[in-house]
Design a protein around this ligand. Structure first.
Ligand code: NAP
Length: 460
C-alpha cells in the first residue's frame, strides 16, 4: 500500500509524512522535491522562469512516476487541481487530507520563499485557495485530520489506527447485517456482501450508497460501480432502501460511509444530519449529495448543476418552470444563476407563490403561460412519466425559438419532447440532468472528473 498526504501548504504533510514513514518503515517522498530534482532548479525559479503551468506539468510527471507501494507521499497543495493527478495518486493508495484553520496555516508558512499565486495578502490568498480546493481535498480523501488541533505524533497514530480498522473485515459486519434487511436484488446483494467481507478488509476507498424509499429503481449503483472501476477507485457503491432516515444515518456514521446520493423522500430531512450545508443546497432547501470527511459530514446539491449545465449555451431570457416541488426549486436556482427571468407555474398556486417569495421570481397557475414571451420551458412535474403519460403543453403552445427541458427521464423521450421537436424547439431530455448531476457527484465523492459522454455510454 501507499499512503498519500494531500492538503494546503502548512498543513503538516512533510512533518506528519516523515514520522508516518518511520512508524510504518516506509520510504518518504515529497513531490515538490522530486519536481526540483527533475528540473534542476528550485520551485520559485520554475515559477519565475517558466510559469505556474510548467510547474503543474512537472508535478503531474512526478506523480506519474511515484512507486506504487511502500511509500508515504507528501504532495503539493495544488496537486488535486488536476483530475489525472488525483486518479494516479488514489490508485492503490490510502489518501489522507491534512487540514488546519487558515490562521494556523498562514503562521506555519510565514517566511517561506514560495511565490504567491494571487495578488492577495497571504491570509486572504490562503483562505481563497483553501476554499476553492476544499471539495477536491474532501472528495479525494479516505481520511481527514485537522493538524491544527493535534500534535503530529497523534495524527500519525490516527492514520495507523485507521489502516488497522480498514484491514479488519469485522469493521463492515454490522453494516452488512443492516443491508441484509433492506430491499436489494439478490445478485447485487451478493456482490456487495463479498466486497465488504473480503479477507483483506474493507475496500480501500470505502463505502458509498444511494439512500431513498424507494430507490430500488435507481441506476446510481450501476453507474458509480462502472465509474469507480474505470477510475481506479477501490470503493463499493450500494443502495439503501429503508423507510427510516434516522436508522440509515446512524448506520452510515458507524460504518464510515464516504458518500451518499440522496433521493425521495429524504432530500430535505437529510439536512439535519449534516454538520455543514453548502450555500447552494441551503438556498434550494435540499441535499442530494452527502460527503463525509473524517467526522465532518457535508451536505450539498448537484441537481441544480444537472439543470444548469445543459442550458449553459442558452442565451438568457424568460424561463417558465412548471411544477413547484423539489426539482422546480433546483430549476429556479439554476435558471437564475444563468441570468434568466423565471416564472413558476403550478396547479396549486400557493406552492408556486411560496417559491416565488423565496427566490424573488414570478408565479402563477399554468393558464398564465404565454408562448410568445417564453424562451425556456422546464417541466418539473411528473406529467409524462411512464404509466402516467400526458404532457403539460400541447403542440399549439410551443414555438420554434424555445428550448424545452423535460426533467422526466423515464421514458427518456416524452410526449412533450416529441411535440417540441415537431414545433422546431431545441429539446433536452431529463436523462441529461441525471448525467450532469452524477458527474458532479463523482467529483465530490472522489476528486476525479469524468466525461459526461462516458456517463451517457454507461447509462445507455
Ligand atoms: P414533487 O416534489 O412531488 O413535485 C411535483 C410537482 O409537480 C408539484 O408541484 C405538483 O403540483 C406537480 N404535479 C404533480 N402532478 C401534476 C399533474 N398531474 N399536473 C400538473 N402538475 C402536477 O416532485 P419533484 O421531486 O419536484 O420531481 C418532479 C419531477 O422531476 C419528477 O417526477 C421527475 O420526473 C423529475 N426529476 C428528474 C430528475 C432527473 O435527474 N432528471 C431528478 C429529480 C426529479 P402540486 O403542487 O399541485 O401538487
Amino acid at each position: 500500500m501507499r499512503i498519500v498526504l494531500i492538503g494546503p501548504r502548512g498543513s503538516g504533510k512533510t512533518t506528519v509524512g516523515t514520522l508516518l514513514a518511520e512508524a510504518l518503515d516506509y520510504g518518504f517522498i515529497d513531490t515538490d522535491q522530486v519536481v526540483e530534482e527533475m528540473a534542476g532548479i528550485t520551485i520559485p525559479a520554475i515559477f519565475a522562469d517558466r510559469g505556474e503551468s510548467a510547474f503543474r506539468d512537472a508535478e503531474t510527471e512526478a506523480i506519474r512516476t511515484l512507486p506504487p507501494d511502500g511509500v508515504v507521499v507528501a504532495t503539493g497543495g495544488g496537486a488535486v487541481l488536476r483530475s489525472e493527478n488525483v486518479q494516479a495518486l488514489r490508485t492503490g493508495s490510502l489518501t489522507v487530507f491534512l487540514d488546519a484553520e487558515v490562521p494556523v496555516l498562514v503562521a506555519r508558512i510565514a517566511g517561506s520563499n514560495r511565490p504567491p499565486l494571487t495578488g492577495l495578502s497571504p491570509a486572504d490568498e490562503m483562505a481563497a485557495v483553501r476554499t476553492a480546493r476544499l471539495p477536491l481535498y474532501r472528495g479525494a480523501a479516505d481520511l481527514c485530520i485537522d493538524t491544527g488541533l493535534l500534535p503530529p505524533e497523534e495524527a500519525v497514530r490516527r492514520i495507523v489506527a485507521f489502516i488497522g480498522e480498514r484491514q479488519s473485515p469485522a469493521f463492515s459486519r454490522e453494516f452488512v447485517a443492516f443491508l441484509e434487511q433492506t430491499e436489494m436484488e439478490r445478485h447485487e446483494w451478493q456482490t456487495v456482501r463479498e466486497c465488504l467481507l473480503r479477507p483483506e478488509g474493507m475496500p480501500l476507498h470505502g463505502l458509498y450508497a444511494v439512500i431513498g424509499n424507494p430507490c430500488l429503481h435507481s441506476r446510481s449503483p450501476e453507474l458509480f460501480t462502472a465509474l469507480f472501476a474505470a477510475s481506479g477507485v477501490d470503493g463499493v457503491y450500494t443502495r439503501i432502501e429503508w423507510p427510516d432516515l434516522d436508522t440509515i444515518m446512524a448506520q452510515v456514521r458507524t460504518a464510515g460511509v464516504k458518500g451518499l446520493s440522496v433521493t425521495i423522500p429524504f432530500k430535505s430531512d437529510c439536512m439535519q444530519y449534516c454538520d455543514e450545508i453548502t450555500a447552494d443546497a441551503r438556498a434550494i432547501g435540499a441535499v442530494n449529495t452527502v460527503v463525509r470527511c473524517g467526522d465532518h459530514v457535508v451536505g450539498t446539491n448537484t441537481d441544480w448543476i444537472g439543470i444548469r449545465q445543459p442550458l449553459l449555451d442558452t442565451a438568457s431570457g424568460n424561463a417558465v418552470v412548471f411544477g413547484a416541488g423539489g426539482a422546480a426549486r433546483a430549476a429556479v436556482y439554476a435558471l437564475q444563476d444563468l441570468g434568466m427571468a423565471v416564472t413558476v407555474l403550478n396547479r396549486t398556486e400557493e406552492r408556486a407563490s411560496g417559491i416565488a417569495r423565496h427566490f424573488g421570481c414570478g408565479s402563477g397557475t399554468p393558464d398564465a403561460y404565454d408562448p410568445e414571451g417564453t424562451d425556456v420551458i422546464v417541466n418539473a412535474t411528473p406529467v409524462g412519466m411512464e404509466g402516467r403519460g400526458g404532457s403539460i403543453l400541447s403542440a399549439c403552445d410551443l414555438r420554434a425559438h424555445q428550448t424545452v427541458f423535460d426533467l422526466v427521464y423515464t421514458p427518456p423521450d416524452t410526449h412533450l419532447l416529441r411535440e417540441a421537436r415537431q414545433a422546431g424547439c431545441r429539446c433536452i431530455p431529463g436523462t441529461e440532468m441525471f448525467v450532469y448531476q452524477a458527474q458532479e457527484q463523482m467529483r465530490l465523492f472522489t476528486g476525479i472528473a469524468v466525461d459526461a459522454a462516458r456517463i451517457r455510454e454507461i447509462l445507455r
